[in-house]
Design a binder for this molecule. Structure first.
Ligand code: SF4
Ligand code: SF4
Length: 183
């Protein structure tokens, strides 16, 4: 009987030791993370940095690249490849003109439906469409998220070439993780 009591006592001690060990491991991880810089960007506060920009590789609002030599003033040849590849069916283009004169008469992107997969940008044969670092897209009405030809053209004036997400990714990964976590 005495031997059985000893065995039970030892088993209990083992359980207590195991419980204490896992509490220590948990506290250790909590302590490490408590003092690590935050990975979150504070929005809209941005810590008093009015010129704050998203990390390289961020896919924000759309733009059509300008080309003053082409009809419509855009590089787009209205080939519809972006419209056809879009998995969310959020691009709608109405082409006009024939041959070298072909260009979009209407170009709509529903940024509310978009999942920012980048396929439309990747498929464009003439690098006419891009996503930009513009991130201030919130609105109280879903219809305001539909980008029109004029809006896309206007934003495109700030971007002479499409954003290169692959290169931006490489830049982002070349930054040490601790540097990426906090500004
Ligand atoms: S990023 Fe993807 S979902 Fe958005 S418009 Fe382009 S293809 Fe469609
Ligand atoms: S943006 Fe590019 S893929 Fe889309 S219609 Fe224009 S040329 Fe074609």
């Amino acid at each position: 009987m005495r031997k059985q009591d000893d065995t039970t006592f030892l088993a209990l001690l083992g359980l207590i030791a195991e419980g204490a060990r896992s509490i220590c491991v948990g506290l250790h991880i909590t302590a490490i993370n408590f003092f690590r810089p935050s990975v979150c960007e504070r929005y809209p506060r941005r810590d008093g940095k009015p010129d704050w920009q998203p990390r390289p590789g961020y896919r924000g609002d759309f733009a059509l690249i300008s080309d003053a030599e082409r009809p419509g003033g855009l590089r787009c040849i209205a080939c519809l490849q972006c419209q056809n590849i879009c998995p969310d069916k959020c691009i709608h283009i109405t082409p006009t003109g024939k041959g070298k004169e072909r260009h979009p008469k209407q170009f709509l992107i529903d940024a509310g439906l978009c999942m920012y997969c980048w396929l439309c940008v990747e498929v464009c044969p003439v690098a006419a469409l891009t996503m930009t670092p513009d991130y201030e897209t919130s609105t109280d009405r879903p219809e305001k998220l539909i980008r029109t030809l004029e809006q896309l053209r206007e934003r495109g004036k700030e971007y002479p070439e499409p954003l290169k997400v692959e290169m931006a990714r490489a830049d982002a990964t070349s930054v040490a993780p601790t540097e990426r976590r906090g500004d």
